[in-house]
Write a protein that binds this ligand. Structure first.
Ligand code: SF4
Ligand code: SF4
Length: 431
């Protein structure tokens, strides 16, 4: 391990588990369960009922609060039921269960937009109607980023993928490089920016090789290689690294829009050749037989994927596996694998659950030294234990990004991040 300064650290990425093979495409699951969930919102209008026949690309529901996010059928077949289930965000949400007829009949036609002929407004509206949300795990509706009045001069494409195990963005950028460049062209026009930087980690030589011939043809797109440290993929760290700029709430304050690379690929596909209603996901970790990247219909059950790719390791008995939706640093622990993939879930990590005994705090301040948000995690932990909301506010607990570094770095194995996350929730609730 190489320590490389305050707020960032080189992690053993474990990327080799899934780096060298193409994602496997699986379609023929018996059922999909489309989650009616976007970020933490479960406010959706449902357009279908049990017994209806649906086709791929048919809108079956839409988010109907302050954001608009349509949900589309990812397979053709019959709607079986609409019931509440535990979602990947650990919130109970309605799921539309569809029995897959394996015909994959589509009901939409590609938009075939010409980037030279469409207006900014038409692009933003098309992204909104396509239901594209941040594929880096956030699910934030992409059209919102392009609807503001801030003057934008640069588009920053985030392909850093700094969490251990996750490699799906890396594969997508290589496989769909033309769609990536096309998505960038649309987003440059939508944002009014005059240049675009594609950022990813040093050492990805084959990605540089794949993208360079396309990037060299464009005078306003360039590649920027960034250090292999965590959390380089966090937009504040990335903006600081690439532009030496800091912002308060949004990168648009300093003239920048940041988008995850797979999201941009989806924009390129949706506006030209047609969107695929699939989820690309890294399934990795030391507790499964065959770590791999998969592309499956959105709404596929995690347990179905695990059975198809070779199952759990024999030693996985007595509940000694940790299932994490996302990567091991920022992901959320799941109770079981009966969870369905949302369009923006990019990874599931399965780890052997090591029982590590927590020791008393050494007051070493390592968690303070490494916090990328400049917080005092150990003080937040103590304030959370005391349930002292005023002190939590004073310590800016609400600005914690749950990066997991304070737990990772703690020599006493204290799960500091669990407390900082609770402290953050307590302040949010008090607000
Ligand atoms: S989890 Fe929060 S408090 Fe801990 S290091 Fe990350 S940002 Fe700081
Ligand atoms: S890193 Fe752990 S031991 Fe050190 S001050 Fe923070 S909580 Fe205490």
């Amino acid at each position: 391990m190489i320590f490389s300064g305050k707020g960032r650290i080189h992690l053993n990425g474990q990327k080799n588990l899934t780096d060298n093979s193409k994602p496997l495409v699986f379609n023929e699951f018996e059922y999909v369960y489309l989650p009616l969930l976007n970020m933490n919102s479960t406010s959706f209008e449902i357009l279908v009922k049990a017994g209806d026949h649906v086709k791929v690309g048919q809108m079956v529901a839409f988010r109907n609060d302050h954001f608009y996010v349509p949900i589309f059928a990812s397979v053709s077949g019959e709607v079986v039921s609409i019931d509440k289930m535990m979602s990947s965000n650990l919130i109970f949400a309605q799921h539309i269960k569809i029995k897959n007829d394996n015909k994959f009949e589509r009901c939409d036609t590609p938009l075939a937009m010409d980037v030279n002929k469409v207006s900014k407004e038409e692009i933003v509206e098309a992204i909104k109607q396509a239901g594209i949300t941040g594929c880096g795990g956030s699910g934030f509706p992409t059209y919102i980023k392009y609807g503001g009045n801030a003057k934008i001069d640069t588009l920053l494409i985030n392909g850093v993928e700094c969490e251990p195990f996750i490699t799906i963005d890396y594969h997508n950028m290589k496989m769909y490089k033309e769609d990536l460049i096309m998505g960038i062209k649309f987003l440059l026009k939508a944002s009014g920016a005059n240049k675009c930087i594609i950022a990813f980690k040093k050492g990805k030589d084959s990605l540089v090789e794949a993208l360079s011939p396309l990037v060299e043809k464009e005078d306003n797109i360039e590649i920027k290689l960034v250090p292999d440290v965590y959390p380089m993929g966090w937009e504040r760290t990335l903006v600081k690294e690439v532009f030496k700029k800091q912002f308060n709430k949004l990168p648009s304050e300093v003239g920048i829009i940041v988008n995850n690379s797979t999201t941009v690929i989806k924009v390129g596909q949706a506006l030209t050749s047609g969107l695929s209603y699939t989820t690309g996901c890294t399934i990795s970790g030391d507790a499964i037989n065959q770590p791999t990247n998969v592309v499956v219909p959105t709404g596929t059950m995690v347990s179905d994927i695990i059975s198809l790719i070779g199952g759990y390791k024999k030693e996985v008995v007595d509940n000694n596996t940790k299932l994490i939706m996302g990567g091991p640093m920022m992901g959320k622990a799941l109770v079981n694998d009966g969870i369905c993939l949302n369009s923006y879930n990019n990874a599931i990590t399965f780890l052997f659950n090591e029982e590590l005994k927590e020791l008393p705090c050494l007051r070493c301040s390592r968690c303070v030294d490494y916090c990328p948000s400049g917080l005092q995690p150990v003080a937040i932990k103590n304030a959370e234990i005391a349930q002292d909301v005023d002190l939590l506010k004073k310590l800016s607990a609400d600005t914690c990004v749950s990066c997991g570094l304070c737990s990772y770095i703690c020599p006493s194995r204290i799960q500091v991040t669990d407390y900082t996350a609770k402290g953050k929730a307590r302040v949010d609730k008090a607000k």
